[in-house]
Write a protein that binds this ligand. Structure first.
Ligand SMILES: Nc1ncnc2c1ncn2[C@@H]1O[C@H](COP(=O)(O)OP(=O)(O)OP(=O)(O)O)[C@@H](O)[C@H]1O
Ligand SMILES: Nc1nc2c(ncn2[C@@H]2O[C@H](COP(=O)(O)O)[C@@H](O)[C@H]2O)c(=O)[nH]1
Length: 185
């Protein structure tokens, strides 16, 4: 048993509010370190390389995977996403609380490679509200929304694989609960 803090993984269907909750939490607690993933997805308006994601080409993603530089990676709704390994390990070794915001496939891979990680599932108050949030965000084309909602059905069915479920009715409440689970407060 090491005294390294546990890694926390936050997953949940697209549009449930993961980024919103994490941004709220980090406004008050910037010491919570959020891993910046690499992705082959194109940036949305306002997204910046190295902030929300490292936006990489297919070839660059191939190399990251081949060189073992990713702790986990997955294909989600037509794009690939992966967690840079080195930065996560450095932060854990430095004793800092580390958070990954990743999909179900990634959460399963982290559980395999790091069984001490705690897995938190963010659930919507209802299916209708999830559709409303994903559509209302206005960042995806209708066919992409359909793919994400198809993935959401699979993700919702896997909730019992997680250590804890938080229902995102109130961003403030969920952010507080997540901080408590991470033992930040
Ligand atoms: N508790 C909430 N009540 C109402 N709206 C919310 C709540 N939480 C988030 N939202 C809204 O839902 C939309 C989706 O939120 P967000 O982008 O954070 O989801 P996400 O889970 O990170 O999605 P993705 O996995 O696709 O990146 C946003 O427009 C956000 O403002
Ligand atoms: N397995 C991984 N999933 C990731 C990673 N980074 C983000 N994600 C998840 O992808 C979907 C879509 O994200 P979006 O920004 O395109 O809306 C969402 O569920 C993210 O949590 C990662 O490194 N690995």
């Amino acid at each position: 048993m090491t005294d390294r803090p546990r890694l926390t993984v936050l997953s949940g269907p697209s549009g449930v509010g993961k980024s919103t909750v994490v941004a709220h939490m980090r406004k008050e607690h910037p010491e919570v370190w959020l891993s910046v993933s690499a992705t082959t997805r194109k940036p949305r308006p306002g997204e910046q390389h190295g902030v929300q994601y490292f936006f990489v080409s297919d070839e660059e993603m191939d190399k990251l995977i081949a060189n073992g530089e990713l702790l986990e990676w997955a294909e989600f709704a037509g794009n690939r996403y992966g967690t840079p390994r080195r930065a996560v390990m450095d932060r854990l070794d430095a004793g800092e609380p580390v958070l990954l915001e990743i999909d179900l496939q990634g959460a399963r891979l982290v559980r395999e490679s790091m069984p001490e990680a705690q897995l938190v599932f963010l659930a919507p108050p209802s299916w209708e509200e999830l559709v409303r949030r994903l559509t209302g965000r206005g960042t995806e084309a209708p066919e992409v929304i359909e793919r994400r909602l198809a993935a959401a059905k699979v993700e919702l069915a896997a909730e019992s694989e997680f250590d804890t479920t938080l229902v995102n009715t109130s961003v403030e409440d969920v952010a507080r609960e997540l901080l408590a689970l991470m033992k930040v407060v």
